[in-house]
Design a protein around this ligand. Structure first.
Ligand code: GLN
Length: 275
């Protein structure tokens, strides 16, 4: 337990806090409703009893491991602010690669499908990049769709949201591009018991199997919902690129390839439906 006393200041807190300075600043800014600049100009402001209590509560939760993004309810992704709650995965920087590729592979006025949208981060970011795109984002989780809806509204993005267990509710609908960041962590992967992942929705992280079930299901159904020459782009785990390429090739996708994230890890693989 780390108690912050009323009358204490941010300058003192930054010296004594058991958290990295950046985290201390983010939590203080959130609890005191201060911008990054105000955190500097008001470093000597004495905390009121209320402020001290709010800060102490946030610190206690952070020290128990709760992700910063769930404590503040926000995470920046592709230069946009997204609302996040424990009902959705916290958007990751490596997923920005998928947004970049989607923006590149989507034709003018193209129809894109984002499968397992969670917070809606991918769909909203692509909508922001490609204002003429016709985007559908689906998720099986009603709780996730409620968050996605708020993010779509916040950014006035042209994204249609749909409750669907993968392809189940799509009928015969066809798209020019399908993207997904599906649950791809194997159920026995120790990472699930570490860091932020402990607090994220398990169904968004793992297929409760070998980590390939959702990827396989999406790949197997994609051709029925892709226009000829349409692309399927999938984010996957650091060691799954070769397997995902093999699954795409087995479904006779063309131009099967992988792309590296900023860390140099093959993070997205995809292919094109033959004409
Ligand atoms: N990239 C996330 C992680 O490794 C997992 C996201 C996912 O399963 N789609 O923490």
């Amino acid at each position: 337990m780390f108690d912050i006393a009323p009358g204490s200041t941010l300058a003192v807190l930054l010296k004594n806090a058991p958290l990295p300075p950046l985290e201390t600043r983010i939590l203080a800014g959130h609890a005191l409703h201060l911008s990054r600049v105000q955190l500097i100009t008001r470093a000597d402001h004495a905390f009121t009893a209320d402020e001290a209590a709010r800060l102490s509560a946030l610190f206690a939760r952070r020290l128990q491991g709760e992700p910063i993004a769930y404590l503040t309810g926000q995470r920046e992704f592709y230069g946009l602010d997204f609302e996040v709650t424990p009902a959705v995965l916290i958007p990751r920087p490596e997923t920005e690669l998928l947004v970049e590729l989607a923006s590149e592979y989507l034709p003018q006025h193209g129809r894109m499908l984002d499968m397992g949208t969670g917070s809606g981060a991918i769909a909203v970011a692509v909508a922001h990049q490609c204002p003429d795109a016709v985007i559908t984002a689906l998720d099986a989780s009603h709780a996730a769709l409620a968050i996605a809806q708020r993010n779509v509204q916040r950014h006035r993005a042209a994204v249609r949201l749909l409750q669907s267990d993968w392809y189940a509710a799509l009928g015969k609908e066809i798209f020019d591009l399908i993207v997904a960041n599906p649950p791809y962590i194997a159920q026995n992967d120790p990472h699930l018991a570490q860091g932020d992942l402990r607090f994220e929705p398990a169904d968004a992280l793992t297929d409760h199997g070998d980590g390939l079930a959702a990827l396989r299901h999406i790949i197997d159904g994609a051709k029925t919902h892709l226009t000829p020459n349409g692309w399927l782009l999938l984010e996957h785990g650091y060691d799954q690129a070769a397997t995902v390429r093999a699954l795409l090739t087995a479904q006779s996708f063309d131009q099967v390839q992988s792309w590296q994230d900023l860390a140099g890890i093959e993070r997205v693989s995809g292919g094109c439906r033959p004409a």
